[in-house]
Design a protein around this ligand. Sequence first.
Ligand SMILES: Cc1cc2nc3c(=O)[nH]c(=O)nc-3n(C[C@H](O)[C@H](O)[C@H](O)COP(=O)(O)OP(=O)(O)OC[C@H]3O[C@@H](n4cnc5c(N)ncnc54)[C@H](O)[C@@H]3O)c2cc1C
Length: 450
Amino acid sequence: MDRTSVWRKDTSIAKCKELDADLKTDTAIIGGGMAGILTAYLLKEEGINCVVLEEGRIGCGQTENTTAKVTSQHNCIYDTLIQERGQRIAKQYADANQSAIQQYRALIQKLNIHCDWSECDACLYTKEQAEILKREGRAAESLGIPTRFSEYTELPFPVSGALYFEGQARFHPLKFLQALSAEINVYENTKVIKLDGNLLLTNRGNIEAKKVIFASHYPFVNVPGYYFLKMHQERSYVIAVKGAGRVQNMYLGIDEDGLSVRPYEDMLFIGGGGHRTGENIKGGQYRRLYRAAQRYWDGCKMTACWSAQDCMTLDKVPYIGRYAQSKSHWYVATGFGKWGMTSSMVSAMILTDMICGRNNPWQEVFSPQRKKIKQMGALANEGGHAVRGLSGLKPEAAGELRCTHLGCRLTWNPEEESYDCPCHGSRFDKNGNKIDGPAQCGLGEKRRKK
Ligand SMILES: Cc1cc2nc3c(=O)[nH]c(=O)nc-3n(C[C@H](O)[C@H](O)[C@H](O)COP(=O)(O)OP(=O)(O)OC[C@H]3O[C@@H](n4cnc5c(N)ncnc54)[C@H](O)[C@@H]3O)c2cc1C
């Protein structure tokens, strides 16, 4: 079975032009995924001249492989946020994500976008940790998010607890991008290779921009910013099954074997099998998901499967704001932790306000420059991975493949036939071509067929 998502199979977005001359703009956005396109649209609404530079096609990064739940329910984040950063900061996170849902709703109505927008509840379930969900429910309520606790779901197995967030939604991400990208200025097949202050060097010409936004999923300029020290990537897998019956709501299990479930047309999308990128040396993720699906939804048939990865920050809160203190005209939107639909909208709203010189009420919680002592342990953990990845014999001597980002040792992922980097999550196909960043080029001379 090929690994194309249902979204990509049933939608084609009209080709955009490629850059064919040098140009000047107010704002250049690197990346035409959900974050880049939404930010470009909101900036355009403010009358700001901006261009999106996309190395492939619109939505071709992680966005085409999402499950597209539009929700402020980001696993069990609120109780932890209150404990670690206090009620005021946690409320910024809750308000930003609840507002993101409203902003999607308003935009879809305003532009009359047919993107299968469907409002429903988002539910966290557990077979064994009901107390955690009760606590999360109290935390979310204290921040103004309506929730309800129950012991029942539509799922075909018993749970000990289910926490419902009301007024959430789901949609078709590429139908949405298709409509929105018609409103803005996008250059496809235009890869940003290097930045020199205000100048962006691409494979097709140079762009002079007063402001630059990195919406490239993983920001690829290492210094300043140092995102490689404070982020890693995690992959997970999705199967689409038919013959499983229907559910109204969206689900996410918080236990180790918990599943992500959402309906689309006559299918259920079932997700799981998450792991740090580079740590799938045994494979078997799709097989395990399908086995779980067949156990719970007797007779269901898999009709599609795909996977994606996302950037995980040290404290599970995205980095949205200034790229680095020393770069006052560079901005970033990254680290969405597998919650990039609302996080992309939050990024678009915050960055638009910043670029327009307005204060945004949620800026502080997402600031990439936030300091936090408790993060030191996580930072050490990221550093440990990098040291392990970098250590060992010289690659030529060991016959190993090394990542073109920072030189970490790559591992073979048999499931997806790719070489993956456990340090920062870059991926390369079996011929050495780059699939995912932060690496910016393929394995070149070192390429080797499996
Ligand atoms: C399995 C899975 C399921 C998920 N489901 C959900 C969900 O249900 N709800 C939710 O909220 N989130 C979900 N997410 C997360 C969500 O899909 C992502 O956070 C989101 O799609 C990221 O969008 P983005 O625009 O930041 O990145 P991308 O979509 O990856 O866009 C970045 C773009 O930048 C381009 N680019 C990179 N480098 C350059 C360069 N040098 N020059 C030009 N262009 C460049 C890339 O080609 C790419 O198109 C899920 C994640 C996973 C892994």
